[in-house]
Ligand binder design. Structure first.
Ligand SMILES: CC(C)(COP(=O)(O)OP(=O)(O)OC[C@H]1O[C@@H](n2cnc3c(N)ncnc32)[C@H](O)[C@@H]1OP(=O)(O)O)[C@@H](O)C(=O)NCCC(=O)NCCS
Length: 155
């Protein structure tokens, strides 16, 4: 998992994730850590995290809310093999089980390391709903049904 964190950005540590950090996503029913393991090597090669965010906004209260997506990454040597599409489909299926219809996340438009991720998100149905939030951040929304339809069709 540490290598995956390093795969997110080369300036991030590749040290193993502590048990405490991993449990932040594995020990709660409203959080998910998806990890893809290679059958050939047994290594974890890709992953993502999802955390449910309930919404309380008067008329628009939605206890199911949306899910916040993070940690989307595939080891550089394993890219282009469909790993993140499988990981994303797993995450989206969990959203359906949770009654969650929308996934949100941010991405930096000025970071070349994010180019393929942004291409992937848009190709599979995510859209920017607020550009330039903060200095280097676009806010995306990804409809769960749309993602599942597109990811399933690509298999
Ligand atoms: C983004 C990333 C996770 C993709 O992982 P992957 O396992 O190689 O992706 P997959 O093989 O499952 O396929 C991704 C899909 O996106 C498409 N894609 C990739 N780069 C693209 C681009 N620049 N424009 C359009 N589509 C693109 C691929 O063609 C593929 O779709 P297809 O099968 O329909 O052709 C990987 O490149 C990565 O770890 N990047 C660095 C970390 C990162 O930026 N994370 C996101 C933080 S916001």
């Amino acid at each position: 998992m540490g290598l995956l964190r390093n795969a997110l950005s080369s300036n991030r540590s590749s040290a193993p994730l502590t048990g405490e950090k991993t449990r932040m996503f594995t020990d709660y029913p409203d959080r998910l850590l998806v990890a893809a393991r290679s059958r050939a090597t047994g290594r974890i090669v890709g992953g993502e995290t999802l955390v449910r965010v309930p919404v309380m906004e008067g008329e628009d209260d939605d206890p199911d809310g949306f899910a916040w997506l993070g940690f989307v990454s595939t080891l550089p040597s394993e890219r282009g093999k469909g790993i993140i599409k499988k990981v994303s489909l797993e995450g989206m299926s969990w959203c359906v089980e949770q009654g969650i219809e929308e996934v949100k996340f941010t991405s930096n438009p000025n970071n070349p390391e994010r180019e393929s991720a942004r291409g992937f998100y848009v190709k599979y149905g995510a859209a920017i709903i607020a550009a330039g939030v903060g200095k280097n951040t676009d806010l995306f929304s990804w409809n769960v049904s749309t993602a599942i339809d597109k990811l399933t069709a690509s298999h």
